[in-house]
Design a binder for this molecule. Structure first.
Ligand code: WTA
Length: 659
């Protein structure tokens, strides 16, 4: 360790003693929201508060006369008789207000290419593409798949769908084509928008060719639109496939935005749950837009005229939907959009982008911060980061050390940090500091956003835990909540509203409430693993592993990991006669990459001749977690064969010898 790294480490250690960080005086002075009365005002009548925000930040075509319709819980409806078009809120109204030449996205390509896309340009492209989609037979209510890398066209594709009332279904570019197929097939997707190829760290992957291999026989899929992003050759099927640039050039330039019913579906986004089949989270128009726009404005203390905002997520996750596309655009924000990885072409690329664009707000995941810590503070130290005034964190708990490093090395101790807790299901940030008001504690997402009620309750009875640990629940409906699981109403009720009734949304996370009423989110209580902020179901990974011909059985758990938060650890039983070799390990990892995506590959594989099961045959993952983490085993009395654990312990010890 160098001397400077050593002294930084020492300083951070010292800072661990500091319990609370009040908003810096300079920040507070210029903050839009610095009066804590906002919390009481919202709590007095949350529906009225949200309705007021909705009217303050959005221009409805038809203003709603009612806030919440809760006559059929848990199928809550918001702003029901209002009408609004999400693409018009994100584009047309800004152009009409004379700010069409404001940059919406400063896009930077992996090889240094620069594209500044203004609001007027985004509107023009969106209208043309909306017309093109109509020409391809896409109608209001149809589902359109989007499988794209981080290029500005991803926003065009989403907004063009919203413009004509088509429901977009974005799949993260890191998922394999097979996962895309599954998500397209569940949702009966009619058209898919993808690219010829996608770049990653200097290499180009043949996306369209992979899509063709998987999607060829999908009956519902009538059209594939291909964006020429890299210029690689790609197969095109006559009558089904068209190029984006060609259909846009041929399309009429004007496509008036149709005002949609507030509850018209805006998008589906598949996310992982407790079982292998992903859940299609459904969000609707008016409420979702209200949640995303309000939280983006308030949590980031956004000043649309002057801020340069950068959310470094991928648009394929909910963070990208709410805080790269809908929230920022509805607020008329100028954003940075980076195509690539944090270490290509060099490990300082993020900081070079902050410096070049004079970014004022950075919103990133703890896993990225931990990676930067590993690379060393001298890398960001080479760049001018003085433009930054606010930092955000999202996706997983941030450990206090990483928080302090972010605060000191990136924020220069002048930027408040907003640690924002939320989910695909919540649509928008739910637990967070307000940067001009809240005293922060490193590692705590602090308290619920105004108009949101979060509590920690006991596991069995659901009684409020005054102080201490329990299950996190959200007690009142909020506008951007999921409306259902696409085509699975029963699963929606069962998953979120069966344990404590229809009045309380079960989050699926455990949390602790401290004596100041601050919330500390601990992690998932279900079989969901959070790897680098990517949500994965253990069941989904297991079914990919057992798909391999040599595998008899597998059990997957999340194991704590210093870099990725959690990592996938798989206990695998091979078929009789198959040797435990490195080749088999690589083949299993390859199977998972092909079926789900590279990011889901197990980091660790432990050979198991047998798995710990109850008498009824259920795998006891709790014991596997104990053994993987090197903890003392919990209760083993319900095991069918207690000898299994001794054999596994032997296997783990042997694993240590190999290294
Ligand atoms: C976790 C991502 C602690 C949590 C926006 C949640 C967090 C899941 C935080 C949702 C945070 C997200 N602190 N944990 N600030 N933010 N999580 O749907 O377990 O991809 O339930 O949404 O991530 O993941 P999702």
């Amino acid at each position: 360790m160098s001397e400077t790294a050593g002294s930084l480490e020492h300083e951070l250690e010292g800072m661990l003693e500091i319990e609370k960080f009040p908003p810096p005086a300079d920040f507070r002075e210029h903050a839009e929201w610095a009066d804590p009365a906002i919390y009481e005002e919202a709590a007095a009548d949350p529906v009225a508060w949200w309705t007021a925000r909705s009217k303050e930040l959005l221009d409805w075509d038809v203003e709603p006369t009612e806030g919440l319709n809760d006559s059929d819980p848990p199928f809550y409806r918001w702003f029901e008789d209002g009408r609004i078009n999400a693409s018009a809120q994100c584009l047309d109204r800004h152009v009409a207000a004379g700010i069409g030449d404001r940059v919406a996205y400063h896009w930077r390509g992996e090889e240094g290419e620069r594209r500044d896309v203004t609001y007027a340009e985004l509107l023009d492209q969106t209208q043309r593409f909306a017309n093109a989609l109509k020409g391809l037979g896409v109608e209001k209510g149809d589902v359109v798949g989007i499988y794209l890398p981080m290029i500005p066209e991803v926003a065009v594709a989403m907004l063009a769908c919203a413009r004509i009332g088509a429901i977009h279904n974005v799949v993260f570019g890191g998922f394999s084509a097979e996962s895309v197929r599954e998500r397209m097939s569940f949702s009966e997707t009619k058209a898919l928008i993808t690219v010829d190829g996608a770049r990653r760290k200097g290499k180009t992957a043949q996306i369209k060719a992979q899509v063709d291999e998987e999607m060829g026989d999908l009956a519902s899929l009538e059209k594939i639109v291909v964006i020429r992003a890299t210029g690689v050759e790609c197969p095109m099927t006559e009558g089904r496939d068209v190029f984006f640039d060609e259909v846009c050039a041929a399309a009429e330039p004007e496509c008036p935005a149709e005002p949609m019913e507030a509850e018209h579906p805006l998008f589906i986004l598949y996310t992982s749950g407790s079982t292998a089949s992903p859940k299609g989270i459904l969000h609707t128009t008016g409420g979702y837009l209200t949640g995303a726009t309000t939280t983006h404005r308030y949590v980031f203390d956004l000043k649309p005229e002057t801020d340069v905002y950068w959310c470094a997520a991928d648009v394929g996750w909910i963070t990208g939907h709410s805080y790269i596309v809908y929230g920022p655009l509805a607020n008329g924000t100028t954003s940075v959009m980076w195509e690539g990885a944090p270490d290509y072409p060099h490990q300082g690329i993020w900081w070079e982008l902050v410096q070049d664009y004079k970014a004022t707000i950075l919103y990133a995941a703890p896993t990225a911060i931990r990676t930067f810590i590993k690379w060393g503070a001298d890398i960001p130290g080479r760049f001018d980061l003085s433009s930054l005034r606010l930092l955000g964190s999202v996706g997983e708990p941030i450990n206090p050390k990483a928080w302090l490093w972010y605060h000191k090395v990136i924020g220069g101790e002048r930027c408040p940090i907003v640690d924002t807790w939320w989910q695909t299901e919540t649509g928008a940030i739910m637990i967070t500091p307000l940067p001009g008001i809240t005293e922060t504690k490193p590692g705590s997402a602090t308290t619920a956003f105004p108009g949101v009620s979060a509590s920690v309750v006991g596991e069995s009875e659901g009684e409020p835990v005054g102080e201490g640990q329990g299950l996190l629940v959200l007690e009142k409906p909020w506008p951007s909540m999921l409306r259902t699981l696409y085509k699975e109403d029963e699963r929606f009720v069962e998953t979120y509203f069966s344990r404590f009734g229809v009045d309380r949304y079960l989050v699926g996370d455990a949390a602790r409430l401290d004596s100041d009423g601050y919330l500390w989110v601990i992690g998932r209580i279900d079989d969901v693993v959070n790897v680098s902020g990517h949500r994965l179901s253990t069941a989904e990974v297991e079914s990919a592993i057992v798909a391999h011909e040599n595998v008899a059985e597998a059990a997957v758990i999340g194991q704590s990991d210093p870099d990725t938060g959690q990592a996938i650890c798989a206990f695998v039983t091979l078929n009789d006669g198959v040797a435990h070799t490195d080749e088999v390990i690589e083949a299993i990892r390859g199977e998972v990459a092909a079926r789900i995506g590279k990011f889901a590959r197990p980091k660790r594989i432990v050979w198991a001749d047998d798995l710990p099961k109850t008498r009824s045959g259920k795998i006891m993952r709790r014991l596997l977690r104990d053994i993987a983490e090197g903890r003392a085993l919990g209760d083993v009395t319900t095991l069918r064969d207690p000898g299994v654990m001794a054999a596994l312990e032997g296997q783990i010890a042997a694993e240590g010898d190999d290294e």
